[in-house]
Design a protein around this ligand. Structure first.
Ligand SMILES: [Zn+2]
Ligand SMILES: [Zn+2]
Length: 173
């Protein structure tokens, strides 16, 4: 996704709406699609973007290991420094935000390329665990059946410690 900055500069301070689908290179083989909705404006030497992205994804449940579909979405707000030419950009590649300068993203030239920005945003928003549903029962640790689908006969109910004491007495009788 690239924004053509001269368009924004015609009306400084005015927010323009953009919609695009960004195909991300995440290095894991699949290329998630981000549906991006944003508003952008040129303000002095900066470009401000704000909006939201959404992605429909396939994942594996952390408990039962079943594949399922889920979606992620994230709100964002960012300011980019628009440098007048390449010489003033530290070592940012053409039109790319320079992620190493830390404080604010920089770019130069007529286009602001947002793909790397969205790739980072996507990677940071990944949850550590995903569940196919809140009350997923997971796999039986004894026989491995998917407890959402079958009831196995493995005994592993947690015995209330008070009853466990009684159980011991009973075993001795
Ligand atoms: Zn599950
Ligand atoms: Zn079992």
């Amino acid at each position: 996704m690239k924004l053509y900055i001269p368009d924004l500069q015609k009306n400084e301070g005015k927010f323009y709406s953009y919609q695009d689908t960004v195909s991300l290179e995440t290095g894991t083989g699949d290329r998630p699609l981000l549906k991006v909705n944003l508003r952008a404006a040129a303000i002095h030497t900066r470009v401000v973007i704000k909006g939201q992205w959404k992605a429909d994804l396939q994942g594996e449940c952390s408990r039962c290991l079943q594949k399922f579909s889920y979606s992620l979405q994230e709100d964002f707000y960012e300011e980019f420094d628009h440098l007048s030419n390449q010489a003033t950009a530290a070592k940012g590649a053409a039109g790319q935000p320079d992620l190493e300068t830390g404080e604010r993203f920089v770019f130069w030239g007529d286009f602001l390329d947002l793909n790397e920005y969205f790739r980072q945003s996507f990677l940071m928003s990944q949850p550590l665990k995903i569940l196919c549903r809140e009350d997923c029962q997971g796999l039986c640790p004894v026989c491995g059946v998917d407890r959402n689908k079958e009831q196995c006969s493995c005994r592993q109910e947690k015995i209330d410690p008070r009853w466990a004491a009684l159980q011991k007495i009973k075993d001795k009788l």
